[in-house]
Ligand binder design. Structure first.
Ligand code: ADP
Ligand code: MG
Length: 569
């Protein structure tokens, strides 16, 4: 080995290693899923790169992942002939965490093991999970297209640092060699390895192989001779892309494992939808809604989108063109029959085929959410808690699905005594009073402020339900949502409150009478307040409070004015 250097891990890696070894121990076999998943990704990447440069295969186009053990040395090796890594790539990928959301993740850690292991699961541990079972890891790799003397050896004991050195490596790709800890020798066991692969990696489209020793010629049950089987590499997983299989043949467990592979999430998904679309555009989609929001959901530069394949060849990760931004939490794969293999992000941008697929996928996701809302309201509530505020971006972004998205929204309301957002617009409409033709709502800084607003008094008295909105995005949402099922939305803090047919004749008369009586008073108040107000009016909406501030109908609501002020406008 030559040109050997020692590098320190990025601080976050050190922290992650510590946390992981301690909190994921009870789930330690997942290291194999992570390493096989990386090997499969490396094969996908090579296949893609070779589309434009066949020579990268170096006459070895049979991509596979191999597991082998050396019982004497106590090592388990996961070997692939995929894309490999250069020296720079090794230092970057196996020395830092490049993920967005890293800062959020570390800021959320509490020191409580049970809680933190949950968080780590959500964050994903990837390659570093090797150190759950190994006290030393050696990676030997050579990038496709490089000569044999451009190999790199990375080595670490998973503490503060790692070394990199130049080596010769004839075969392209990566070997990850785990020097198993004294009490992790179970992972040298052939049967144990086969069962883990069966559990975690059946759906991986590249072959996962283990070496099978020669079986000598033997006697069958009826005295016949069963011929000898020579030693060979045996493929132990199904090795067909899961989404190409028939729905009826895929188990829930397999769908869940596949989700973990493509999403780099540890937890199970909440639900999924697998569709083969035929006709003008032909594609297969497998779309998942995660159970938990990622750490970086509010980071605008966050990578999101689907994994794109064209005729089963991997093309790119995070193809964001197939999902609107308000569904950016959706994960999955899309396999197109129509797109060209050399498709680029630029081409996808305004391409007829990709637009049709985007519409189709959007519809599928909305349908899947509708179905869950209807059939599994409790599950839907847990979805809403995680992703409700993202979905609220929908009406502004996706005009054509506005009504559908509105139907999926949930709000707090005066109907119940909690800030839980559980009321749908359909629930609201069903409870509307006779003669009521508007959906009333209030936006405020907090649930408490909304709930105690003096504007609500008249509604309480008349028994009319009002939606209570207090999320920052609600004001924005309501500026794009004007009606639902032909019922207009009305902010109760804006303009003249016309309760329409809900006002009876008698009270109208009383109101007119009262207006006459206070004419002088309103003028005096207007004089006293001067430019601070536009107008002073007698209000019929208050029961207990003497006065309240109202925005005019065309103007911004008080909440919006506050938002603008906070933004320095
Ligand atoms: P992730 O798979 O989520 O990107 P990992 O920690 O599992 O994160 O891997 C980090 C990176 O290291 C990968 O993105 C990849 O670039 C590189 N890598 C890991 N294993 C391999 C491999 N077998 N072949 C090529 N690159 C690899
Ligand atoms: Mg990985």
């Amino acid at each position: 080995t030559a040109h050997k250097e020692t590098h320190g891990f990025q601080t976050e890696v050190k922290q992650l290693l510590q946390l992981m070894i301690h909190s994921l121990y009870s789930n330690k076999e997942i290291f194999l899923r992570e390493l096989v998943s990386n090997a499969a990704d490396a094969s996908d990447k090579l296949r893609f790169k070779a589309l434009s440069d066949d020579s990268l295969y170096e006459n070895d186009g049979d991509l596979r992942v191999r597991l082998s053990v050396d019982k004497d040395a106590g090592t388990l090796t996961i070997s692939d002939n995929g894309i490999g890594m250069t020296r720079d790539e090794v230092i970057e990928h196996l020395g830092t965490i490049a993920k967005s959301g890293t800062a959020e993740f570390f800021s959320k850690l509490s020191g409580d093991q049970a809680r933190d292991s949950q968080l780590i699961g959500q964050f994903g541990v990837g390659f570093y999970s090797a150190f759950i079972v190994a006290d030393k890891v050696t990676v030997r790799t050579r990038a496709a297209g490089e000569s044999a003397d451009r190999g790199v050896e990375w080595q670490s004991e998973g503490e503060g640092s790692f070394t990199v050195a130049d080596i010769d490596k004839a075969g392209r790709g990566t070997d990850v060699i785990l020097h198993l800890k004294e009490d992790e020798k179970e992972f040298l066991d052939d049967w144990r390895l086969r069962s883990i692969i069966g559990k975690y990696s059946d759906h991986i489209s590249v072959a996962v192989q283990m070496y099978k020793e020669e079986v000598p010629e033997r006697d069958g049950p009826d005295g016949e001779k069963i011929p000898a089987e020579p030693a060979h590499w045996e493929t132990i997983n199904k090795a067909t892309a899961l989404w190409t299989r028939d729905k009826s043949e895929v188990t829930d467990e397999e769908y869940k494992e596949f989700y973990k592979h493509i999403s780099h999430d540890f937890g199970d998904p909440l639900l999924w939808s697998h569709n083969k679309v035929e006709g003008k555009t032909e594609y297969t989609s497998l779309l998942y809604v995660p159970a938990k929001a990622p750490f970086d959901m509010w980071n605008r530069e966050q990578k999101h989108g689907l994994k794109l394949y064209v005729q089963r060849v991997f093309i790119m990760d995070d193809a964001e063109q197939f999902m609107p931004t308000y569904l950016r939490f959706v994960k999955g794969v899309l396999d197109s029959n129509d797109l060209p293999l050399n498709v680029s992000r630029e081409i996808l941008q305004d391409n007829r085929i990709s637009q049709a697929m985007r519409q189709g996928c959007t519809k599928k996701v909305l349908q899947m959410l509708e179905r869950m809302a209807k059939n599994e309201p409790e599950q839907y509530q847990s979805f809403w808690k995680e992703f409700g505020n993202v979905l609220k971006e929908g009406p502004a972004e996706d005009f054509s699905n506005k009504e559908k998205i509105a139907g999926l929204l949930r709000f707090a309301s005066t109907q119940q005594d909690s800030d839980a957002e559980t009321v749908s617009l359909d629930d609201y409409i069903e409870r509307m009073k006779e003669g009521q033709n508007k959906i009333y709502f209030i936006t405020a800084d907090s649930y408490a402020a909304a709930k105690t607003s003096p504007h609500l008094e008249i509604f309480r008295k008349k028994g009319i339900e009002v939606l209570l909105m207090s999320e920052r995005i609600d004001e924005w949402l309501m500026s794009h949502l004007t009606e639902y099922k032909e019922k207009a939305f009305q902010s109760i803090t804006k303009g003249d409150l016309d309760l329409g047919d809900l006002d009876d004749e008698e009270s109208k008369k009383a109101q007119e009478q009262a207006e006459k009586e206070v004419e002088g008073l309103t003028e005096r108040v207007k004089k006293a307040l001067g430019d601070k107000v536009k107008e002073v009016k007698l209000s019929h909406r208050l029961i207990d409070s003497p006065a309240c501030v109202v925005a005019d109908d065309q103007g911004m609501s008080t909440q919006m004015v506050k938002l603008m002020q906070a933004a320095g406008q």
